[in-house]
Each structure stands twice: as C-alpha cells, then as structure tokens.
Design a protein around this ligand. Structure first.
Ligand SMILES: [Zn+2]
Ligand SMILES: [Zn+2]
Length: 260
C-alpha cells in the first residue's frame, strides 16, 4: 500500500476521468490520496471531491504563485476552515517560489507566515512548496520553529542538500516526486540517500512531473509507485519495505487522516 501525499485532483486535466483515475490508483495499491489546495477560494471543489471519494483527503491554503490574490485570508481563517471540515488534513500548499516571479517575495512571505501560524495552532502538517528559495526558506523555518514547533513537509523536494538537512534537523518530512526518477537527478538521489527513513514521503504532484516510466505523459496518483521503487533502490530496500515505511510515515505526518 502507498499514499500519494500530494496531487491536484481538482485540476481540469482530470475532468473527464476522475472515477477511473481513483480506481487505477486503488488497483496500483495507492489506497489514499491527499489533493492539495492552491487557492482557499477553491476549497469547496476540493471538499466535493473528498465527499465523492472516501479515499481522497485535502488541504487548505494558497500556493505561493497565487499569494497576492489571497492576502485577505488570515491564519484565523485557515484554522477555522481546517477545523470545520473533517477531511481537511493539512495546511497549504504555501511557501516561496522565486523561479516564477509572478508574485513578489514580500507577498509570498506574508502568506507563508500566516500558514505557518495556522499549522502551529492546529498541529496539522504544513505542505511547503519551495523553489529557487533555499536560503530564505531555511531561514524562515529556523526562525519560526524557534517560536513554536509545527509539523511540516518539504514537498516535491528538488532543492539543495542544505535545505534537506535543515528540514530534517527541524523535524520535518521530505517528500519526493517523479523528479527523483529522472536520469539527470543523481544529485537528488544522493540527497535522498541521506534522509532518515522515518522522514521520507512519496507524492506525484499530479498532473505535473510524471515519473520516468511514464515520462512526458500526464501524471496521476497511480504513478507514485515508480517513485517509491526508485526510492527503495536508493535506500537499498525492497519495494514492499519502502511502501510500508512511507505509508507509516504518511499516517504519522497526516495525523488527522484515518487509515481506511
Ligand atoms: Zn508545489
Ligand atoms: Zn502541488
């Protein structure tokens, strides 16, 4: 059994075939999925999916690439929404994305700090998106952890060794996506090798970034199997062992998500 800890099932890419896609995930052993919020304004759509599919859970939050559009959302709002809905099991995705400069660093940071506060208060895991922002991300995580710990995930990890080490040191989880399987990702596999087993998660970030076996195709939750296979190789374990480890980690991290 595996859990896809990060996908975007509400995206229009999946419009015509969600029933099939969830079935394919179950058939591949991907028994539960967390579909991740990119705009609080779209939470109703995510909640509708979690109602339709018992195995699908969701988060609430604003992606850094949308940060400026939702600066009216406070930490109180995030806490209230997370507590009001049984199937909201995480805060985010939020963070810093300096690769795409559609939003100012200031707006991204303002939004990010509110999400951190909400994670600290609810103790739900914070789903962190960090791209081309290693130094600022590490500094904020250190500062904010000092004010009071919060569970967090560095999702779709593709940053440098320093940020991985900082995340582990501060008690966070490191989640690997299909990027781990790409031939050119040797440096990332070297970083994964050094992440303690009890901090590893796997995800697809579907519809983006299909792993090697399906490279170039639209990604979907069932494909997380390939990422877990490569992670098992990297760690010198069997696929079954890696599946068990990452699934146990997912339930520990997403503590509000029941094992179905
Ligand atoms: Zn992301
Ligand atoms: Zn995402």
């Amino acid at each position: 059994m595996l859990i896809d800890t990060h996908c975007h099932l509400d995206f229009a890419d999946f419009e015509e075939e969600r029933d099939d896609l969830v079935k394919r995930a179950h058939d591949a052993g991907v028994k539960q999925m967390v579909t991740i919020s990119t705009r609080v304004a779209k939470l109703e759509g995510l909640l509708a999916l979690t109602t339709r599919y018992p195995s699908v859970f969701c988060s609430v939050g604003t992606h850094p690439n949308n940060a400026g559009d939702e600066l009216d959302i406070t930490a109180d709002d995030l806490v209230r929404l997370a507590e009001a809905h049984e199937k909201v099991v995480a805060i985010g995705e939020c963070g810093l994305d300096y690769f795409y400069d559609t939003q100012t660093p200031e707006d991204q940071k303002t939004g990010f700090l509110r999400h951190i506060e909400a994670a600290r208060r609810t103790q739900l895991p914070l789903v962190i998106h960090s791209r081309s922002a290693d130094d600022d991300m590490a500094a904020i995580l250190r500062q904010e952890t000092e004010k009071g710990a919060f569970p967090f995930i560095l999702h779709c990890f593709s940053a440098g060794e320093m940020l991985a080490k900082t995340g582990v040191e501060l008690g966070g989880f490191i989640s690997f996506s299909g990027i781990l399987t790409f031939p050119k990702s040797q440096e990332l596999r070297d970083i994964a090798r050094d992440v303690p087993l009890d901090r590893l998660l796997v995800e697809t970030d579907a519809p983006y970034l299909a792993p090697k076996r399906w490279r170039g195709k639209r990604n979907e939750p069932s494909y997380v199997v390939n990422t877990a296979e490569v992670l098992a190789e990297v760690k010198g374990l069997s696929y079954a062992e890696m599946a068990e480890i990452t699934t146990a980690n997912a339930f520990r991290c997403f503590s509000k998500m029941p094992r179905l």
